[in-house]
Design a protein around this ligand. Structure first.
Ligand SMILES: [Zn+2]
Length: 381
């Protein structure tokens, strides 16, 4: 019999299966083999999780992972001590440099998926925006890469800020949707200071597409002049367009987020938009737990926040191996978290500060049944 690990007596939150209960988790051969009252025999590790939250390994749906190939690129393994087991690179690379990105992905412990930039050059860094001439989109090369790496490339990314698309307007967005449509992939749209009104962007998107930076505060936002969430955004959401509150330094404003939450317009996904400049530093992003804590301090529940960093992002990129869930038989990606009383300041793109009193911390990260991080030596043979 193979050796098993038991995580005992934790508060299990698995929103994919609607599990919100105190119980045990049994892990064997990289899989969840039991949940609730589990068989304790043959366990090599018994981890006491009493008073802690046991959740699926977190999925950071928007990061910039192309370290060395883009000035935005960061070492996503640095998020492992934050309970993150899976990250999605949001268009740092286009097809020109994708083979390098592919090699880098396989040198990391973090499991990384990609949203391929519609622009061949991808996002090189601050001050070097990608060329958005739709005539330069290399659909054949994109198709070739998607067919070569179907388990890795899960969508197409396009940025439509006014300073990026210039006179092309919404043509690149339509081109991205057309290209992704032929490949059966979703489109993820960077929407800060959009070239057309936010409601028009939302209206163009299809079910399963992702509108990222949904709480940005530059140019046209999701709010009308009276501060109400625009009807077009609600309609798109009802159709199945996913709203991703990818944070970043410049893509999140408390003024927008607070109004939206007060009007029950919650994000579907919460992610960081981490870059080399924000990884583990500053008051805007730091890591996924920091961004999740921001929403707890704005009044969302831990179950709501966990769902948006596990079950929903797993669905958004079509993960079918049990990622984002703790259901028996699925892949054993698990995080043990604690919610502590801690004063903390959170900043937004307009330098507004939220004084928080709650902070999520991570005690253990398990990926595919292996302990990658154990802050307090919880595990013992
Ligand atoms: Zn980004």
């Amino acid at each position: 019999m193979s050796e098993a690990m038991i995580i005992r007596g934790g508060h299990i939150l698995d929103m994919a299966s609607g599990t919100d209960t105190v119980g045990d988790l049994r892990i064997e051969d990289g899989r969840i083999s039991g949940i609730g009252h589990v068989d304790l025999s043959g366990a090599s590790d018994v981890i006491d999780a009493a008073g802690k939250y046991v959740v699926p390994g977190l999925i950071d749906f928007h990061v910039h992972a192309f370290e060395g190939g883009s000035m935005f690129g960061c070492d996503t393994d640095m998020e492992i001590p934050s309970g993150v087991t899976t990250a999605v690179d949001a268009g740092t690379t286009g097809c020109a440099a994708y083979e390098s990105m592919h090699s880098l992905i396989h040198s990391r412990k973090m499991r990384i998926f990609s949203l391929l930039n519609i622009s061949s050059m991808g996002q090189l860094g601050k001050g070097f925006n990608e060329n958005m001439d739709p005539e330069l989109v290399q659909a054949e090369k994109i198709t070739e890469l998607v067919k070569k790496y179907p388990d890795e490339i899960r969508g197409i990314k396009v940025r439509i800020s006014r300073n990026i698309v210039g006179s092309w307007g919404d043509v690149p967005l339509r081109k991205a949707i057309e290209t992704a449509g032929k490949l059966g992939l979703p489109v993820c749209v960077h929407s800060t200071d959009p070239c057309i009104p936010m409601e028009d962007v939302a209206c163009i998107l299809r079910k399963g597409d992702i509108l990222c930076h949904v709480f940005h505060g530059l140019g046209s936002t999701i709010l009308d002049e009276a501060g109400h969430v625009k009807a077009g955004l609600r309609k798109a959401h009802d159709r199945g367009v996913l709203m991703d509150a990818a944070n970043g330094r410049n893509n999140f404003a408390f003024g927008v987020a607070r109004e939206a939450l007060a009007q029950s317009f919650l994000p579907d996904i919460i992610s960081t938009d981490l870059t080399a400049a924000t990884m583990s530093q500053g008051k805007t992003v730091r890591n996924l737990l920091f961004v999740m804590s921001k929403y707890l301090n704005m009044g969302m529940s831990i179950a709501e926040v966990v769902e948006r960093t596990t079950a929903v992002p797993a669905r958004a990129i079509g993960l079918t191996d049990g990622s984002g869930s703790l259901a028996a038989g699925g892949r054993a990606d698990v995080a043990v978290l604690d919610l502590i009383d801690q004063e903390c300041d959170f900043a937004d793109s307009k330098k507004e500060i939220l004084h928080g009193t709650k902070m999520l911390t991570c005690l253990m990260t398990v990926q595919n049944g292996q302990i990658l991080y154990d802050s307090n030596q919880l595990a013992h043979a």
